[in-house]
Design a protein around this ligand. Structure first.
Ligand code: FE
Length: 373
């Protein structure tokens, strides 16, 4: 009897234990896992919301001199994350500035994007912008690429380089902007007119770094060495070099990027014939300019405007924003595109870009004096 009782007890316990092991705990653990997963997902969603996609709503009116489809994709992404509708008004930089001035306080403009710091300075000196104090912007945009009181911030960088004909020029012989004025390059230099702000800014940077006298000497030498009277844009100078009208063209890096990626086979061919020289690498550095953004003095949507400014400087946006136009990102944490990397790293001028605007009048005066058309 005792034995039988013990046996039954053991059997009962075994069965009970088996039931417990195989069913209940498994169910429990599986339902626990599920809950945890759901909880984690919920937590991640909340995190994402607070990090990148704070719901702001409303709208923002952006006046921009840029006109790339990929820019629009970025604005759409911003709208998706914040609920802020971006109304884009495109135009020529100077026309947009004139329009803001005309519209005055009634202007619907919240933001202005221009190519060239000289133009942002123009808007600033007409009191068309207001200061923005943002930790995000100050962190993402290096100090020399923004106005010190926050009137404007660089978004993308471009270098003004010397493009040379790979068949006829030994790049060792030309290292600086001043080398363009050497006697051996008489009638070989292609550069656009003095009315163009890129050349005004280049000369303004020389005034800032080397003084007016040297800047004037350079401008004089350039006029002496011009292959022809200035005409056309940067790309036309490159085309003239490829066509043998001269050997050296002064141009912005992104135009070369555009030509190499053009749908026009002729432009690609021109781009392939040219080499890139980053000038003044052992001295003052290559001239760098920006396309940049400022908040309009008239802005009625300042919260939305600041949010878009900040968004455009984030790592996420910078890569796409810069690559849309074959430019360099301003955010130092973002690498430039492969094409730009293939041209090599370079030293840039170490000046605050406000000086391009401050020295603009002096640059134009010099150009007039030396007869740069
Ligand atoms: Fe341009």
């Amino acid at each position: 009897m005792k034995k039988w009782f013990l046996f039954s007890l053991i059997l009962l316990l075994t069965v009970l234990a088996a039931c417990g092991n195989t069913e209940e705990p498994q169910e429990e653990s599986s339902s626990n896992d599920q809950e945890e997963t759901e909880q984690e997902t919920a937590e991640n969603e909340t995190e994402n919301e607070t990090n990148a996609s704070e719901e702001i709503g409303g709208e923002v009116n952006l006046y921009t001199g840029r006109h790339y489809e990929t820019d629009q994709e970025l604005y759409d992404k911003f709208t998706e994350q914040t609920g802020v509708k971006v109304n884009v008004i495109k135009g020529d930089d100077d026309e947009l500035i004139a329009r803001m001035a005309r519209e005055g306080e009634a202007s619907p403009a919240d933001l202005l994007i221009t190519a060239d710091a000289g133009r942002l300075y123009r808007a600033q000196s007409q009191d068309l912008l207001q200061s923005v104090d943002s930790e995000v912007l100050n962190e993402n945009v290096p100090e020399n690429l923004r106005e010190e009181s926050g009137q404007w911030f660089g978004l993308t960088k471009r270098a003004r380089i010397i493009a040379y004909n790979k068949e006829t020029v030994n790049p060792e012989e030309i290292q600086t902007y001043m080398d363009l004025t050497n006697e051996e390059f008489q009638d070989k230099v292609l550069i656009r007119s003095s009315s163009n702000i890129y050349n005004q800014s280049l000369l303004a940077s020389m005034i800032a770094l080397e003084g007016e006298e040297t800047a004037k000497q350079w401008a004089e030498g350039i006029v002496n060495n011009m292959a022809r009277e200035p005409k056309g844009g940067d790309r036309d100078q490159a085309k003239a070099v490829a066509a043998g009208e001269g050997d050296l063209a002064v141009m912005n890096t992104y135009y070369l990027g555009k030509m190499l990626n053009s749908e026009d086979a002729e432009e690609v061919k021109v781009g392939e014939q040219l080499g890139v020289i980053f000038p003044n690498q052992d001295s003052t550095g290559a001239h760098v300019n920006i396309s940049g953004i400022g908040m309009a003095a008239s802005s009625k949507n300042t919260e939305q405007a600041q949010a878009l400014m900040e968004f455009l400087t984030t790592e996420e946006a910078q890569k796409q924003f810069a690559e849309a136009n074959y430019e360099y990102p301003v955010n130092p944490d973002v690498a430039p595109s492969e094409l730009l990397q293939s041209w090599g790293e370079f030293e840039a001028q170490d000046i605050n870009l406000s000086q391009l605007g401050e020295n603009n009048d002096a640059a134009i005066k010099i150009m007039n004096e030396v007869g740069w058309k």
